[in-house]
Design a protein around this ligand. Structure first.
Ligand SMILES: C[S@@+](CC[C@H](N)C(=O)[O-])C[C@H]1O[C@@H](n2cnc3c(N)ncnc32)[C@H](O)[C@@H]1O
Length: 274
């Protein structure tokens, strides 16, 4: 066995012993990381044993085939979320959407991936986050991933300061949606190290979506489409909230790659006001 393979084997054995998810893939990444950073394995394995997420040690997470810088100020993008990118690119093309808004952008993974597929003209891209530190990381990711600047970044409570939500707009949101009680029972690697502000959705998990829909309803015109991520435990409540807020809407339930109810696609069909 060459030294690389034996190192992968040793690290894989260790990660499996602490029930680290996806141990084999990560063992290979750790070996590459140790070699290119001239580091010894002990300190990395110690951190992993304490529940520190590998992506924060490595400094990036893969999402839609791009390397997104992540820090403790940004959620680590999840594989399920990639589906938002592919579904929304199709929706944008099929529905003549030109204005795309990503609410709660975190590392910028969704909007940057969409912009990298669509290119610039005729699109306008806006992304918001309440965390200025997350936005700094998102701006860095845009610089390293897109040839030119395409995205307007706004530090904001949801979409309070976003101008021009027109009828050719798609609003995408992956906002904190885990009910507080459920949040407190999450795995310690999430609870201790990922930002609470990215995950805790309040007592019913709906605090942020209620806020977003209220802000959307206070606008003169409505987005043609809304695409949100949520989770199965609060899926039906989220759908009912949407039905109450947008009584004319056509709402579609979408499963994620693990066959769990995860996304809601909403054609608002909302008549213009005033
Ligand atoms: C579940 S994370 C999603 C991050 C990223 N979009 C992704 O899919 O990986 C939710 C994001 O919403 C942001 N957030 C929390 N409260 C917010 C608010 N009131 N207004 C805007 N963004 C908010 C958090 O900082 C976090 O980046």
């Amino acid at each position: 066995m060459n030294s690389n393979l034996s190192a992968i084997y040793r690290i894989n054995k260790f990660l499996s012993s602490i029930n680290y998810p996806d141990a084999y893939r990560i063992s290979r990444e750790i070996v590459d990381y140790l070699a290119s950073n001239k580091k010894r394995s002990e300190s990395v394995l110690k951190k992993l044993a304490q529940g520190y997420p590998w992506e924060y040690i490595q400094g990036y997470a893969m999402f839609c085939n791009h390397k997104f810088k992540v820090t403790k100020d940004t959620l680590i993008p999840r594989i399920e979320t990639e589906q938002i990118v592919y579904d929304c690119v199709r929706l944008i093309r099929e529905n003549n959407i030109t204005n795309i808004i990503d609410v709660g952008t975190g590392s910028g993974c969704i909007i940057i991936s969409i912009a990298s597929i669509l290119g610039s003209s005729p699109y306008s891209f806006i992304a918001t986050d309440i965390s200025s530190k997350a936005l700094d990381i998102a701006k860095f990711n845009e610089k390293t991933m897109l040839k030119s600047k395409k995205i307007k970044w706004i530090e904001n409570n949801l979409i309070e300061k976003v101008p021009n939500i027109t009828s050719d707009t798609l609003v995408i949101a992956n906002l904190p949606y885990i009910p507080t009680q459920q949040y407190s029972k999450l795995d310690r690697s999430v609870l201790q190290y990922e930002p609470k502000i990215a995950l805790d959705g309040g007592s019913d998990g709906l605090t942020y979506y209620k806020g977003l829909f209220k802000q959307l309803l206070s606008n003169k015109s409505f987005p043609k489409l809304i695409y949100i991520e949520t989770e199965s435990a609060i899926f039906d409540n989220t759908k009912q909230l949407i039905q109450r807020c947008f009584p004319n809407a056509d709402i579609y339930e979408i499963l994620d790659c693990f066959e769990r109810k995860r996304f809601l696609k909403i054609f608002t069909n909302q008549p213009r006001q005033g």
